[in-house]
Write a new protein. Structure first.
Length: 74
């Protein structure tokens, strides 16, 4: 698949995966200032972390507000 087609397909994929992340597992620079033990991550289908939010419901709201289709990961 050409690079141009890959980019177009990636942009068309509006699925994001919502999963819990232990703050201890985050890089120190990211974890700094987070007072919780766990946050939620929105990840693209290729695994790229798009956002971190404080709770699960906010993750789903953020995804839908940005026209993504959130899928929970257990």
């Amino acid at each position: 698949m050409s690079k141009d087609k890959l980019n177009i397909n990636t942009l068309d994929d509006r699925t994001v995966y919502v999963c819990a992340v232990n703050v201890d597992d985050l890089p120190e620079a990211v974890a700094k200032g987070i007072s919780q033990d766990q946050v939620y991550s929105l990840n693209s289908s290729n695994g790229e972390r798009l956002a971190l939010v404080k709770d699960r419901s906010l993750a789903f709201v953020l995804a839908r507000q940005n026209e993504f289709h959130p899928v929970p990961v257990h």
